[in-house]
Design a protein around this ligand. Sequence first.
Ligand code: SF4
Length: 356
Amino acid sequence: MRGSLDILGLRFDELCEAVGAGPHQLKRLRAEYRRLMGGKMASDEGAARDPSVPDGDGPAGQPGGSWDLRAEPLPVVRRVEDGVVSKFIQRTADGLEIESVVVPMQRRGQAWKTLCVSSQVGCARGCAFCETAQLGLLRNLSVPEIIGQVVAARRLGEPIRNVVFMGMGEPFDNFDAVVRAVRVLTDPNGLSLKWDRVTISTVGRTEGIRRLAALGWRRLNLAVSLNAPNDEIRSRLMPVNRLEPMARLREALLAYPLRKCQFFMIEYVLIPGVNDAREHAAELVEYLRPLKSVVNVIPYNPRRDSPWPAPAEESVVRFLGWLQSAGQVCKRRLTKGRDLLAACGQLGNRELARGK
Ligand code: SF4
């Protein structure tokens, strides 16, 4: 092999093929691959390493190989923190910006960090409550650009344990790159991210749901951004619903092979005066009845020039109460990062759209 090879978009077996590694070189090459990627993302970041694999601190090209490898995420040009959530921005070679958000999570006495990655710059889906939608779609991200967000976060010292495709873009509109990125993240010879710590969140593209189901990745989590109890409201909020109404979406979800203990995560951005009434809660529960689901109620974060305010705390609590009393499993997402426009549906630098 000649020249420097960027490994960011490659699984280990693809790297072996690219460099023509022989069987006696595999151990050394794997150590180098993993070292450049930042080590395993095992059960708890930084804790577990495969003892059979040396740390590989030496430079590439040591005995066992003459590889010239690199893993170079795009440069981080800005980092913003509000004490809880942090957002970092990478600049692409063509002058665009990729936004990723690090969210601290806590449950049952455990704490960890989740990285919300982008799959596109901007988005074509036009959801009315979303800042990213204001950009339109600028372009799809490549596999190295997606993996580069994870590697960059870890180089910033963030102990990432979960990865959610919930940043800028609709992951199924960039299906092949997202699927390849998941394969790289979960490669047991590399980052080793556990499958059940990856979530893909879709606006409800049924073709993507079917294609994902066909892959048989039964431990991966699927989230659906629903945000409405009926077609009338959903079509107003989310243009995708005019093409793929809620009945069709539910059909695709019913055909999806969930594991016994698995649930769909149903995201519901609660918007005052739009989808937060008692009858909306009842309709939502009815729609979800045949599905195993957890509703994640997300208090709306007003985007710039938003026609709606944020919901009052009482209305969020009331809505959750209605769902619960109707037997629907639900939880509330704390609105982390509101101040720095890093909360749900709020990513995107409008300057980019102006230069489009
Ligand atoms: S909510 Fe998601 S799918 Fe909808 S416009 Fe925003 S980024 Fe795109």
